[in-house]
Design a binder for this molecule. Structure first.
Ligand code: IDP
Ligand code: MG
Length: 139
């Protein structure tokens, strides 16, 4: 089933010069990038993106981290793209993520884990609206 999802290179990924590496892995998988945007997101935009985590112990630090520098957002299309991309990025905690996944190969932290990806088709549509809106940030 053709799906679209959203992938975000987080501020740590941009700082560590991993934008190209993330794009390369997505394209190597034969997924198609249909939109791409670099922004310095506002706190308000990140709060909307991570609304489901509000109230969790890691929420405040997560929002501060995500708004700490530029991010790269992209729309990614392909067969079962949501699941395929989640498999490409690996599990949340970089210390646990399998080698061969983006997080498994580049992250040693649970917060600073290089990439975000939507976890369902519905969330993807919601998140695309947020990160591609004019009000999400500057650049
Ligand atoms: P996901 O990014 O793999 O979907 P979520 O549970 O949705 O993981 O959490 C969103 C983001 O919040 C994570 O990618 C990570 O940056 C951060 N995060 C999740 N759990 C923790 C935690 O226990 N401590 C610190 N940060 C966390
Ligand atoms: Mg998530």
């Amino acid at each position: 089933m053709l799906e679209r999802t959203v992938v975000i290179v987080k501020p740590d990924g941009v700082r560590r010069r991993l934008i190209g590496e993330v794009i390369r892995r997505i394209e190597n998988k034969d997924l198609k990038i249909t939109r791409l945007r670099m922004i310095y997101p506002s706190v308000e935009c990140i709060e909307r993106l991570y609304d489901v985590h509000k109230g969790k112990p890691f929420y405040e630090d997560l929002v501060r981290f995500m708004a700490s520098g530029p991010i790269v957002a992209m729309v990614v299309e392909g067969d079962e793209a949501v699941k395929v991309v989640r498999n490409l990025i690996g599990s949340t905690d970089g210390r646990e993520a399998s080698p061969g996944t983006i997080r498994g190969d580049y992250a040693l932290s649970v917060r600073e884990n290089i990439v975000h990806a939507a976890d369902s088709v519905e969330r993807a549509e919601y998140e695309i609206k947020i990160v591609f809106s004019d009000t999400c940030g500057t650049y």
